[in-house]
Ligand binder design. Structure first.
Ligand code: PLP
Length: 353
């Protein structure tokens, strides 16, 4: 795999561009190929008729207490948000600055760095560790020991690999006492044993970010949550509308129902893992190496610039993911249904990158 990154290779990511992708197969945006589980659809449908009210307290409370019980935290540590992009924006604005910068991996989901760059804040990208593609936490601290915010994505979108919990804890233990460690767990349901919830009790400056946009199939419904000390979340209210108090009522109901029927989510995780490993094996048989993705995405190395390959595969009706500037020959692949991944492999065979 083509590894290595430097600050010079870091290209300012574009923020919030509305993209309309027209393709029969959409494996480009790390969504789940299906909508919410059946129980969530039923709950959301029933909640529609209550949507004249601003997020009724009882339904919001039910979601909070359900999450708190699952994660073993006090309910006041849980704040639901309309997705995770909204609190991510506020966290970056509140806890990094031109002098107390943001430290991110390369490659990693670009939104945090994009928000900071747009705001004129200092951003320090640090290449992932070549041996296992984990966040190189020691290098991240060394690169900016004075940073205000350290961003970890676990599992890491786009590579799909994990950063060991011991490494994340090392960073929590070594950052400045007034810096924040933000752990974005958008894909953590795919690797439930890797949840970093236990760090919350030991380290006061940890914030965990989760979303219902991925395995829950709710990207278009907008629901997520933060786990953190309440006083860390309070300053976020200075950076935007009071959206945490004006949540979409059907989305709250769908989120709660998903958690209360978690066996269905586990089935999805198992199905995606089988399809992912099949796809990676087929690509390998065709001569293309991939990262060992453990969630619903991985990166494949075309050994030739990824952008034209992406266009050629799109012309066959399959939309695949983007490439990251540090790895120009690699595309991110989202795992869809078995039929979608067969269509993807057929497109690869036709294009012969
Ligand atoms: N964090 C990560 C790592 C993501 O991959 C995404 C979406 O792709 C988000 C956050 C934002 O998702 P949402 O705002 O839908 O929760």
């Amino acid at each position: 795999l083509a590894l290595g990154a430097s600050a010079a290779q870091f290209v300012r990511p574009a923020l919030a561009q509305p993209v309309t992708v027209k393709a029969d197969v959409r494996i480009d945006a790390n969504e789940h190929p299906e909508g919410p589980i059946a129980q969530a659809v039923t709950a959301a449908t029933a909640a529609l008729s209550k949507s004249n009210r601003y997020a009724p307290g009882t339904e919001r409370e039910d979601l909070i207490t359900t999450i708190a019980a699952i994660d073993g935290v006090k309910p006041d540590m849980v704040v639901p948000w309309p997705g995770s992009s909204d609190p991510l924006y506020r966290l970056v604005r509140a806890y990094s600055s031109a002098t107390r910068g943001l430290v991110v991996a390369a490659p990693v989901f670009e939104m945090a760095a994009g928000i900071a760059t747009d705001a004129g804040y200092k951003v320090t990208p640090v290449p992932v560790r070549p041996s296992d593609l984990a966040h190189d936490v020691k290098a991240m601290l060394a690169a900016d020991p004075n940073a205000g915010l350290y961003y970890i994505c676990n599992p890491n979108n786009p590579v799909g690999t994990l950063t060991p919990l011991a490494d994340i804890e090392w960073l929590a233990a070594h950052i400045k006492s007034d810096a924040i460690l933000l752990i974005d767990e958008a894909y953590i349901d795919y690797t439930p044993a890797q949840k970093s919830t236990a760090l919350l009790a030991k380290y006061p400056n940890v914030v965990i970010l989760r979303t219902f946009s991925k395995v829950y199939g709710m990207a278009g419904m907008r629901m997520g949550y933060t786990l953190a000390r309440p006083d860390l979340i309070k300053p976020l209210m200075d950076w935007g509308s009071p959206s945490p108090y004006m949540l979409p009522v059907p989305a709250i109901a769908a989120a709660t129902a998903s958690l209360k029927n978690y066996g269905e989510i586990t089935k999805r995780v198992e199905a995606i893992a089988i399809t992912r490993d099949w796809t990676i094996a087929r690509l390998e048989a065709l001569g293309y190496k991939s990262t060992k993705g453990l969630c619903n995405c991985f990166m494949v190395d075309w050994r030739t610039p990824a952008k034209p390959v992406q266009q050629a595969i799109l012309a066959k009706g399959v939309a695949i993911g983007r490439n990251w500037p540090v790895w120009p020959n690699m595309s991110r692949i989202t795992v869809g249904t078995p039929a979608e991944m067969k269509a993807f492999i057929a497109a690869v065979e036709a294009v012969k990158p």
